[in-house]
Design a protein around this ligand. Sequence first.
Ligand code: ZN
Length: 279
Amino acid sequence: MSEERPLPEPDSEELFSLLGPSALRTLYGWLYRRRGDNAPTMAEVRLFMADALGEPQEHIDRRLRELRRYFDIPSVPTPPGNPRYPLRGWAANAPDSQNLAISSRVRAQVLAPQRCFQCGKTPKEDRVKLVVDHKVPQSWGGGNEQENLQPLCEECNAGKRDYFQTYDVHAESIRAAINYAEPQRRIGELLRAFDGDWVRTDLLGIVASAQEFQEDWQRRLRDLRFLGWEIEYQRRHYEGARVWTYYRVKKWRPWPASIRDAITAEERRRRSRERPSGA
Ligand SMILES: [Zn+2]
């Protein structure tokens, strides 16, 4: 792969699927505009982080580290004591750079239904443009495998972006939750990460199905209750025409050695309580 890969535009789908959190993308966009001779100094980056992002200055190291997973942003020691940070290109070992580009064959397969999976509009009848959407954004650990891709119209795609941005502050927790093998644990860790805040049902569904599709992931909430968790829910009507359900955790329990065994044992205990012996 000797071909030079162009840097993504700050507003591009590629950058969104790569970075997700808007703070990172904002910082990238700024470094992108100031690449070349005009690269900002450490002091400027700090000021920008505080002004544009409202982030404490100590976050700068972490943000730069996150960006450097993907991009080559060396620290150039001029002037001394106040290094510059030029955005030079892709990092040599950018983790997703090789499979970031979805092959045209997979793209065609994903778009083949010719219908937005969210609103149902079609290019033919509604003149919408369809794009390939990552169900789980790459910045949350989602990959380019076909199961994680779906056709969305541009409008739904933009709406989803805005919605996901509201979860930026939780991006790292979501990324961590998504990686667990057991769906109960993915859901539980997500609820815990929100620390008593309400989590909308579609985010729970995405995280529940992140490793393998969960047809009936609400049952996994029941499983958590079997493990001693207390989970509340609430329906809200005021977001447009749609009624959303939200969940939050009131009390959580440490994970047993085997989640499946613990749930099975609890199921058996409850069943034997319902059917008195000797009947
Ligand atoms: Zn749509």
